[in-house]
Design a protein around this ligand. Sequence first.
Ligand code: ZN
Length: 190
Amino acid sequence: MGSKVRLRNYFLSNIGRVMTSDELREVSGNQSEWARRIRELRTEEGFQILTHNDRSDLKPGQYLLENPKPEPVFARTISKETRAFVLDRNGFTCQMCGAVAGESHPYDLSRKTRLHIGHIIDKTQGGDDLPSNLRALCSVCNEGASNLTLDRPSSQKLLIQVRRAKGKDQLELLKWLVEKFPRQTKEFID
Ligand SMILES: [Zn+2]
């Protein structure tokens, strides 16, 4: 039996229990490629194996599978090229909350932002897999948790925050806005 099969079986018989890298390496038969096999279970088979990058209560080297059901196949039929195109077009930024890939998530600073490709119109509502119907979403927004926590702030609330910020941070914001709205920026200056 291959190490990936052993790891898959082990995850599936330990749903909801936090496992350590030592334990999983042993299950794999001390294969040097054990971590890569776990990545394949995530990316190729769609198992939602969680690490400290997904959940702040997990420590580095801990793994957890809570849901035995892999992500539906259609979520993984989007080609690597399309994924790369959409991520690049969206500036590697979650289109709901603005979290940036690889940076700390704004709503849980201990969690690194991991981006997924989400459908704008859901597949169940007839949406397709074309880039025009796809967008980058962080794991928080992808899970729908953001609907509860992320009310979009009004411009009035934003201005109150921005006025209180340090000049350095205001300039940082200006830089971001100029990059986001190049055409409008030009119009303001002219
Ligand atoms: Zn998000």
